[in-house]
Design a protein around this ligand. Structure first.
Ligand code: HXC
Length: 257
């Protein structure tokens, strides 16, 4: 049983994971990251889980890497840090991951939110990369994912000054796709996840993979990947079912094959 997370079993295809270290504003210590990676592995293997929503508390999604734990690690400790492997497992998650963010999403917390495919923020959410204030820098993808999400100028400003941005600015910049009243953030994220959970799983999986390709490849390679993925889906039973259901004016029943 995880001690730093609460996990609801999949309901209508959606698993809800809530970070729970309130005493440290959900700071991401090794235990929490390990438990999160294990939960995502379990969600990956579970046919009933079609999408995952990850959230924190009203006060904090996550206030960053655990600074107390970080203080104990020297250079060799950082090189051998087990958290790196946990981050890699989180990055590999192939099903749709939606972050419902309220309060602080700082440092590793902002980086965790940016691992999600879709970010929904409460009006009071704050996104920031304050590592520079500790004479360090983002280390879980923050420089790369933030720049791709909000562009060079704002990413530079956030990373070099350490100043956070609010939810509205995050929406304008494209870091999040919607903002809600804080009490509705999780509900909205779950509703979006349920909508995705109704779709054909293989199509969702390949569409996610193709969209992520756009972040790390040139256009010609990305288009080639898209064409291959598109062609692959033509061989699925679900594709035939989707087209048949449209023609018969009924809801499709997908099997993930
Ligand atoms: C450990 C943390 C923490 C953190 C907060 N706490 N953030 N503990 N690691 N990142 C703890 C505090 O020590 C405090 O515990 C309790 O949570 C409540 O925090 P307060 O500071 O009292 O709350 P508040 O005054 O409301 O300020 C909230 C805050 C501030 C602005 C979020 O806590 C803050 O600046 N936190 C650090 C944010 C940060 O620098 N994050 C980046 C970390 S580096 P006690 O026991 O004292 O009451 C990073 C690198 C990623 O993320 C690299 C990935 C590889």
């Amino acid at each position: 049983m995880p001690q730093t997370l609460s996990v609801l079993p999949p309901e209508q295809g959606v698993r809800l994971i809530t970070l729970q270290r309130p005493e440290a504003l959900n700071a991401l210590n090794t235990q929490l990251l390990g438990e999160l990676a294990a939960e995502l592995d379990a969600a990956e293997a579970c046919a009933d889980t079609r999408a995952v929503v990850i959230t924190g508390s009203r006060r904090a999604f996550a206030a960053g890497a655990d600074i107390k734990e970080m203080a104990e690690r020297d250079l060799v400790g950082i090189l051998e840090d087990p958290r790196l492997a946990h981050w890699q497992r989180i990055t590999r998650f192939s099903k749709p991951l939606i972050a419902a963010v309220n309060g602080f999403a700082l440092g590793g917390g902002c980086e965790l939110a940016m691992h999600a495919d879709i970010l929904i923020a409460g009006e009071d959410a704050q996104f920031g990369q304050p590592e520079i204030n500790l004479a360090i820098m983002p280390g879980a993808g923050g420089t790369q994912r933030l720049l791709r999400a909000v562009g060079k100028s704002l990413a530079m400003q956030m990373v070099l000054t350490g100043e956070p941005i609010g939810a509205r600015r995050a929406l304008e910049a494209g870091l999040v796709s919607e903002i809600t009243q804080p009490e509705l953030t999780v509900e909205r994220a779950v509703a979006i996840a349920r909508k995705i959970a109704e779709k054909a799983p293989l199509a969702v999986r390949l569409a996610k993979e193709a969209l992520l390709k756009a972040e790390d490849t040139d256009l010609a390679s990305g288009l080639r990947f898209e064409r291959h993925a598109f062609t692959l889906l033509a061989g699925t039973e679900d594709r035939n079912e989707g087209i048949r259901a449209f023609q018969e004016k009924r809801r499709p029943i997908y099997k993930g094959r």
